[in-house]
Design a protein around this ligand. Structure first.
Ligand code: C2E
Ligand code: CA
Ligand code: CA
Ligand code: CA
Length: 276
């Protein structure tokens, strides 16, 4: 009997130690620590007007400036942050950093310049988002900017009276809503049916096939056509070469974004261009 008891005890103790050590290095703990240490920072990429062919806005993309591992891309930690309910405070911290950088230099920005942030579906049910947007917009005072929220579909957005009310509040503030990665999710069309969106963002997986795969190009053409019928703006993401750019310009795509115009760079470096 004592042997059995011994074995049982070791298994229990072993499991407890395993759980305990697992917790101290758990991803959730690490993310919380990183948030506290302000390790989530904004990188920014320019967005150009397809018509004017000059920079008229930008997209803010999160990075984890890890003390030992260096800069970590968002795909490696955002899904985890969403699961741990940390994405909302992380996004708030990002908006605050961008506001503090650009509001004091608002008079240097081009007229009607826009800032786009990526917003997770679960965040799109939280009314603090309205207050965060109000604070962002108000900080720019007499030199108004446009705020765009790019709605990502990694988690499915529940569309009900809560989201409808939220969207109404955001529109009252003048916030624009774009559907990100349009065409890759399975509920994009449902969003269009139920909430008032302002822009469709064509995913780079389609843009990269321009001049290569006619199948994907039909999809691009259809998204542009759908947007026109619904009176929505369009943004093409992942524009890397002139062939793609001229194809999109010829079809009156509202905004172009991609390495052809600039890669995402640290916020402070991005801000320097406006001092020229
Ligand atoms: P996304 O919103 O679709 O962003 C576009 C991604 O394509 C970015 O990757 C950007 O750096 C990259 N990209 C831009 N131009 C080009 C190009 O010409 N060629 C290629 N190959 N890539 C290009 P990134 O920064 O790694 O972000 C990946 C995804 O992480 C984003 O996809 C977005 O869904 C998510 N993400 C980034 N920041 C945030 C955030 O603050 N909050 C949330 N919820 N998600 C974020
Ligand atoms: Ca985006
Ligand atoms: Ca995308
Ligand atoms: Ca995306």
């Amino acid at each position: 009997f004592s042997l059995i008891a011994w074995v049982l005890l070791s298994v229990i103790v072993g499991f407890a130690v395993f759980r305990w050590s697992g917790r101290t290095i758990s991803p959730e703990y690490e993310l919380r620590q990183a948030l506290e240490n302000q390790e989530f920072i904004p990188y920014i990429q320019p967005v150009v007007s397809g018509h004017l062919m000059r920079e008229t806005g930008c997209e803010v993309l999160m990075r984890w400036a890890h003390p030992t591992m260096g800069i970590i891309p968002p795909d490696n930690f955002i899904p985890m942050a969403e699961n741990c309910n940390l994405i909302i405070p992380m996004t708030q911290a990002l908006m605050t950093q961008v506001r503090k950088q650009f509001a004091p230099m608002a008079q240097l920005l081009p007229k009607d310049y826009h800032f786009a942030f990526n917003i997770t579906a679960s965040h799109f049910r939280d009314f603090n988002l309205v207050e965060d947007c109000r604070a962002f917009i108000n900080a720019f005072g007499d030199n108004p900017i446009k705020l765009v929220l790019e709605l990502t579909e990694r988690e499915l957005l529940v569309i009900d009276e809560v989201t409808e009310r939220l969207v109404n509040e955001l529109h009252k503030l003048g916030v624009m809503i774009a559907i990100d990665d349009f065409g890759t999710g399975n509920s994009s069309l449902k969003y269009l049916q139920h909430i008032k969106v302002d822009a469709l963002k064509i995913d780079k997986s389609f843009i990269s096939k321009i001049g290569i795969d006619t199948h994907s190009v039909h999809i691009v053409d259809n998204i542009i056509d759908l947007a026109a019928r619904l009176h929505l703006q369009t943004v093409a993401e992942g524009v890397e070469n002139e062939e793609q750019a001229s194809y999109l310009k010829a079809r009156n795509v509202t905004f172009l974004q991609g390495y052809l115009y600039g890669k995402p760079v640290p916020m402070e470096d991005f801000a320097l261009q406006f001092y020229d």
